[in-house]
Design a protein around this ligand. Structure first.
Ligand code: KDG
Ligand code: MG
Length: 408
């Protein structure tokens, strides 16, 4: 069996999804997602210029060797661009494997460990009252877990994860007005004074059963993160995410010495080598990698297994930038993983998105029900794809009030 061709598509409804389709001499094709938010053309170029020419003629069933060929074969490897490109190939090869076996991928991993996977959505409000409306909306839809982010009184701009338009959770991350970023202003003191009480207020208002998650988005120093974690302890958070900048992994030691709040990290990690220290030293409780940014199913499965040895559970990244293809790959891992925790999931299911990526994966009552279709269980309509083209966009950048650059 041979790979005969591969195509990359960039575009989608309100997003620049990077979709890879690998064709074979037996008519079976596989799909992969290489969407790297706000840098989408780069994995696409890596695929077109370097990887696809090597892929032609390979046997698609040898997904492990092909992964090793690209990873070990690239002297300058790792990093989000390369790993997203390898990831798309890997997902597509697993998709082909599942279709050849006529089985959903979770069966090839070892079968189902659960009936549905718990998901969380993003609740957001410019103030606490709007945030509560947003949380209520998700509870009414059946969600059992929500990430909560709200505007901070006196802070000149909204703060991380707060939509400019009430209820607009799908589009707040990327501004498509151009390549030059908007500037947000961050004020740690105001955040530290306000947010712990706001989280407690949410707990009191919604009761003990709601799983509440909060994302600091890398903005605190190690001492501030430890103090913040200590002060939110009575809230009973499901997790505190990215309390400190991701590069400085030792920063978490101080937080661990002062608090038992569960910590979730890893959405910007690209390989097991970014995760192993945090996992092996019990510095985190949830690993947040995604199949797209961390090299596909083959590599993320290794991370999941390492995490399982140390009682670290999964909480895969699922921001709205991921296409239904990588969300399907994660759904199969979630169905199988013995150490599954939760999945971040923002409903992508607009009619336009469903038309571009037909599938029967379903969300019901805050639980993700994986498809029983062969392979990934999601398709890609190339004629629909012709409607969409790349549109330049950007994350905001963050500065302090005096102009100092800060982490987004
Ligand atoms: O592109 C950036 C997003 O992926 C990120 O801001 C989302 O932090 C995020 C999350 O937890 O979903
Ligand atoms: Mg995050």
């Amino acid at each position: 069996m041979k790979i005969t061709g591969a195509k990359v598509f960039v575009g989608g409804p309100g997003k620049n999804y990077v979709t890879l389709k690998i064709m074979t001499d037996q008519g079976v094709y596989g799909l992969g997602d290489a969407t790297l938010n706000n840098r989408e053309t780069l994995p696409a170029a890596y695929l077109n210029d370097y990887l696809i020419p090597n892929l032609i003629g390979m046997d698609p069933r040898n997904s492990e060797d092909i992964w090793q060929f690209f990873y070990r074969g690239a002297y300058f490897r790792r990093g989000p661009i390369a790993m997203a490109a390898f990831a798309a190939i890997d997902m597509a090869l697993w998709d082909i494997k599942g279709k050849l076996a006529n089985m959903p991928l979770y069966q090839l991993f070892g079968g189902k460990s659960r009936d549905g996977a718990l998901v969380y959505a993003h609740a957001t409000g410019s103030d606490l009252s709007d945030l509560k409306d947003s949380i209520r909306y998700y509870i009414d839809q059946g969600y059992k877990a929500v990430r909560v982010q709200c505007g901070i009184p006196g802070m000149p701009t909204a703060g991380y994860g707060v939509a400019e338009t009430k209820g607009d959770v799908a589009n707040y991350i990327t501004d498509f007005s151009g390549i030059k970023p908007k500037v947000e202003i961050w004020d740690t003191d105001r955040y530290m004074r306000y947010m712990p009480d706001a989280l407690m207020d949410i707990r009191d208002h919604f009761g003990p059963d709601l799983k509440i998650l909060h994302d600091v988005h890398h903005r605190l120093t190690p001492r501030e993160a430890a103090a913040f974690a200590k002060s939110v302890e009575p809230v009973g958070l499901y997790w505190l995410e990215d309390p400190t900048p991701a590069e400085d992994q030792d920063a978490l030691k101080m937080l661990r010495q002062h608090s038992t709040v569960p910590v979730a990290i890893g959405e910007v990690f690209n390989s097991v080598w970014d995760c192993n220290k945090l996992i092996e030293q019990n510095l985190i409780d949830f690993i947040r990698v995604s199949v797209t940014y961390a090299g596909g199913i083959t590599h993320v499965k290794r991370i999941v297994d390492l995490a399982g040895l140390h009682n670290v559970r999964t909480g895969f990244h699922g921001a709205p930038s991921h296409s239904p293809i990588s969300m399907a790959a994660q759904a199969h891992l979630n169905a199988w993983a013995p150490n599954f925790g939760i999945q971040e999931y923002l409903v992508l299911g607009t009619p336009e998105c469903d038309a571009l990526f037909p599938s029967d994966h379903k969300l019901q009552n805050g639980m993700f029900q994986v498809s029983d279709g062969a392979g990934l269980g999601v398709d890609f309509d190339e004629s629909e794809a012709e409607r969409y083209h790349f549109k330049a966009g950007s994350h905001p950048i963050v500065r302090l009030e005096d102009g100092t650059m800060w982490d987004y």
